[in-house]
Ligand binder design. Structure first.
Ligand code: HEM
Length: 399
């Protein structure tokens, strides 16, 4: 196993052996250099240090994305959404939809999540088996996040393809076709949201109390807080971020439980373990594997010198298996405590939807294994060859 890896020239077996590569890189150096002058960080403490210092480590992607995306719709999207911006713009935008994720707002979603999970499990029972990704773990988060934003039920199928094309363009290397399709997806998504906004302006009764789209429209009308482009790109980002990651959390979770049937029995015997079980699923297979930051001044990470302007890739899947933080890190242990994994990031950009994702996982795993403790894998899962998002594309189970 080579000691480091170059994100721009990954070996063919990287995805199935990612954790072996992380282990070798973690042992070799605090910062493994890439062929484009960027660095890969794999140690837990170093990654925490970077997250905690947004004044030194910028999230702004203008410099990094210009050569990759030029003046394209993908550039516009990925440099306008709040996740890739710094204070004060980041702070201003984040405040605008913070209230959609309060405890009270989430409590109102709980019964809807329960009803959706029950519906999918009824289908699983009727069919005697299921392809989990398409029929369960994609559907649940997409329904919930579209409810929150205000996307009508009939249009939800559009969101998945757009999300895959837009987020897929964030992979370390992309083809010209992926670039073109990503740009078209951004334009189609914007046109779709503009129609939704026009509908609400023509007919205020189409606005639903508490929906994020209407709230952001109010902020746009108050021009000082949000421009139209900012509004569109926050909605696109929320709709994408709100389901793709959660889908993978649910698919990986079902898979890890089925690979470890002893942990299903443990959960059934001690249902109070559900909270730590959700954290362990998140730690064990981080749905987002890479976050990035750019050094605004010369920096030192774990003893390695990082020049001003260099990008660092924070490998969350590697940090989550760092033995200095997690004893016996390759063991899937649903009672693990403490479990301060980094799957939601940390610091000012910490995932705004983390409580929602946790709630979805809790209800999904609890209900699934309560009802079907003998669920088994019908075939090995299929993993996508993506690096930034650790994605299961197919997971067949049977009763
Ligand atoms: C298991 C599911 C999820 C995972 C693993 C995840 C992971 C992450 C991570 C790692 C970040 C930090 C990015 C950075 O610092 O560069 C982030 C940011 C964010 N996530 Fe999530 N996320 C999940 C679900 C959700 C959901 C359900 C929503 C909303 C409905 C959401 C909305 C956001 C937003 C708005 C940000 C940007 C926060 C900011 O920049 O201030 N996420 N997420």
């Amino acid at each position: 196993m080579p000691a480091g890896f170059d994100l721009l020239n990954l070996p063919a077996d990287f995805v199935p052996r990612a954790y072996d590569y992380f282990k070798a890189a973690r042992a070799a150096s605090p910062a493994c250099p890439n062929s484009d002058g960027s660095f890969v960080l794999t140690r837990y403490d170093d990654i925490v240090q970077v997250y905690r210092d947004p004044g030194l480590w910028s999230s702004d992607k203008q410099a990094a994305f210009k050569p990759k995306f030029g003046d394209s719709p993908l550039f516009e999207h990925h440099t306008t959404s709040l996740v890739f911006r710094d204070a004060p713009d980041h702070t201003r935008i984040r405040k605008l939809f913070q209230h959609a994720f309060t405890r009270k707002a989430l409590a109102a979603l709980e019964s809807r999540i329960e009803a959706l999970v029950d519906e999918y499990l009824d289908r699983l029972e009727d069919q005697g088996g299921m392809e989990i990704v398409g029929e369960f773990s994609f559907k649940l988060p997409v329904e919930v996040v579209c409810d929150m934003l205000g996307v009508p039920a009939g249009d939800r199928i559009l969101i998945r393809d757009w999300a895959l094309l837009i987020l897929g363009a964030l992979e370390p290397t992309i083809t010209d076709r992926q670039f073109q399709e990503g740009c078209r997806a951004v334009e189609d998504f914007k046109a779709y949201l503009r129609e939704q906004m026009a509908l609400r302006r023509r007919n205020p009764a189409a606005r639903r109390e508490g929906e994020i789209l209407s709230d952001l429209m109010d902020a746009e009308e108050d021009g000082a807080r949000l421009t139209e482009l900012e509004l569109l790109h926050q909605c696109i980002f929320l709709l994408n971020a709100g389901h793709e990651t959660s889908t993978n959390m649910l698919s990986h979770g079902v898979h890890e439980f089925l690979r470890n049937p002893g942990e299903i029995r443990r959960l059934i015997d001690a249902p109070a373990l559900i909270d730590s079980a959700v954290e362990e699923v998140l730690r064990y297979q981080a749905p987002i594997q890479i976050n990035n930051r750019r050094a605004l001044a010369p920096a030192n990470v774990g003893g390695a010198a990082i020049p001003a302007g260099a990008t660092v890739h924070l490998m969350l899947g590697a940090a989550n298996r760092d033995p200095a933080q997690f004893p016996d890190p390759d063991r899937f242990d649903i009672a693990r405590r403490p479990n301060r994994h980094l799957s939601f990031g940390l610091g000012v950009h910490i995932c705004a939807g983390n409580a929602l994702a946790r709630l979805e996982a809790k209800i999904a795993f609890q209900k699934l294994f309560d009802r079907f403790p003998g669920l088994t894998l019908a075939a090995p899962p299929v993993l996508a060859s993506r690096i930034r998002f650790r994605e299961v594309t197919e997971l067949k189970v049977s009763l």
